[in-house]
Design a protein around this ligand. Structure first.
Ligand code: NAD
Length: 466
């Protein structure tokens, strides 16, 4: 069994919980259940490591380069664990693991901003950024390896140490990352603890961390914000989305439809920032419906370890139940089923790639984040109406606009109320672009230079002259 990593060492396991392989529905492994005393040890270790780790940025940069190399050296093992615990097809899991090395190196090489805002005979005023302390990091089940790197790389470069908890559904790859981290980093710089939501609550309420970096559901984020408010911990919350993609009437329909379908089904629809509501002009509606139906028919759902599979199962049983419920609601309320519409019979949490036409606001599949392989196509008459409907939601993560006329599409994209607006693409997440959610989709910023700064405290150094 894989161990937790506390203070640079494997931690003793007292109790365990089961991890299910979603492709079979069977228990595939067990994982250690962190005790409250072990969480205290992890926090104390991180606090102790911080006193040294914070001091030398050159050491940190080199350690991050070493960490990137160490992760890459264990690529195949990480991919195998990720497939086993999430059900991602091999190529998708390999892509996620391969993203980690470059992500960490981006932060290793990023130049630390140091701003001089006044330099004259009266004063030298500089704005610096200092490490915060211990970071409590909490990740979801849909991208455990990628989310690990999104948190670890900027937190460590910023001079902080980390206690990180993955989702109890997918702890295995993160446990291995803990072992890998311990092989190249000083003890306590990254501690990995595993357990359920209750452990996450203990982390956010714990007196040691100065920041909580949380990725997960809006409900989870709200609870973290309330808990962290007690001692004014800083928070970054990366939460759910219900992305609108607006196809304009002059779009290249075959390209737009194929790309949007592929993204909406990517990782079995379980990505925060993929298209979840597609707005289609009535003049091109049936064309788009046909293109989505053809793309769904070409999807190969099945065993994620088969290299020809393009879509695996949903990752958790509760998520399978939730998607089944939203799809049944749409069917019961008269949506036109263009493709799919039901779970795949047999073992595992498989669901047919599903496309709905003749749906609108008021259907749960439109109003709520489905986080699964079921995409609604919504008909609109005017662009103003499409924008208004796209924005009529508490979500505000991202969105996209599609047109051959880039200037026109960009003008529409700028009206979307969301953290990232894409033009003729969707879900593009380079390490140098800040990523944030508007409205209920998040608080604070991840990624890019802003993401690094979010793991620091700003300090003005004002030196009097004259
Ligand atoms: P979740 O909120 O149920 O759990 C996420 C993590 O938080 C898990 O590790 C869980 O154990 C822990 N947790 C749950 N409740 C907690 C609490 N009250 N206090 C502390 N920790 C708690 O979310 P999930 O179902 O694992 O993930 C799916 C959601 O994550 C979707 O809504 C998706 O859109 C969102 N997500 C957002 C982003 C982003 O960058 N915006 C990225 C990936 C996923």
């Amino acid at each position: 069994m894989l161990s937790m990593t506390i203070d640079g060492k494997p931690a003793e396991t007292f109790e365990t919980f089961d991890v299910v392989n979603p492709a079979t529905g069977k228990v595939a492994a067990t994982a250690p259940e962190c005790t409250p005393a072990q969480l205290d040890e992890a926090m104390a270790s991180a606090a102790h490591a911080f006193t040294t780790w914070r001091t030398d940025d050159g050491v940190r940069r080199q350690a991050l380069r070493d960490l990137a190399d160490a992760v890459e050296a264990r690529h195949d093992e990480l991919v195998a664990l990720l497939v086993k615990e999430t059900g991602k097809p091999l190529a998708v899991a390999a892509g996620e693991v391969a993203s980690v090395g470059p992500w960490i190196r981006y932060y290793a090489e990023l130049e630390w901003p140091h701003k001089v805002i006044q330099d004259d005979e009266t004063a030298l005023i500089e704005v610096a950024h200092r490490p915060m302390g211990v970071v409590a990091a909490i990740t979801p089940w849909n991208g455990p390896v990628g989310m690990w790197s999104w948190k670890i790389a900027p937190a460590l470069r910023g001079g902080n140490t980390v206690v990180l908890k993955p989702s109890p559904f997918t702890p295995l790859s993160t446990l291995l990352l803990g072992e890998i981290g311990a092989s190249v980093l000083p003890p306590g710089v990254i501690n990995i603890v595993t357990g359920g939501d209750a452990l996450g609550k203990l982390m956010t309420a714990h007196p040691t961390p100065r920041k909580v970096s949380f990725t997960g559901s809006i409900g989870g984020g709200r609870s973290v914000a309330v808990s962290a408010a007690q001692d004014l911990k800083r928070v970054t919350l990366e939460l759910g989305g219900n992305d609108a993609a607006i196809i304009l009437d002059d779009a290249d329909i075959p390209v737009a439809a194929a790309t949007l379908f592929a993204f909406s089904m990517f990782n079995c629809g379980q990505i925060c920032c993929i298209p979840k509501r597609i707005f289609v002009p009535s003049s091109r509606y049936e064309e788009v419906v046909e293109a989505f139906a053809a793309a769904a028919a070409a999807t190969k759902t099945g065993d994620p370890t088969d290299p020809t599979t393009t879509m695996g199962p949903l990752t958790t049983k509760p998520q399978l139940d939730r998607v089944s419920e939203l799809v049944a609601d749409a069917v019961d309320n008269g949506a036109r089923v263009v493709a799919g519409g039901k779970p795949v019979e047999g073992a595992g949490y498989f669901f047919e790639p599903t496309v709905f036409a003749d749906v609108a606001e008021g259907f749960r599949i439109v109003d709520e984040e489905q986080f699964g392989p079921a995409i609604p196509l919504l008909k609109y008459e005017t662009v103003e109406e499409a924008v208004q409907r796209a924005n009529a939601t508490e979500y505000g993560l991202s969105g996209s606009v599609w047109s051959k006329n880039v200037a026109r599409a960009k003008a529409v994209a700028e009206q979307l109320e969301c953290g990232t607006a894409w033009v003729n693409c969707h879900a593009m997440l380079p390490s140098n672009a800040p990523f944030s959610g508007a409205k209920h989709s998040g608080v604070g910023v991840a990624n890019g230079e802003d993401g690094l700064l979010s793991f620091t405290e700003q300090q003005v150094v004002h030196t009097a002259r004259g």
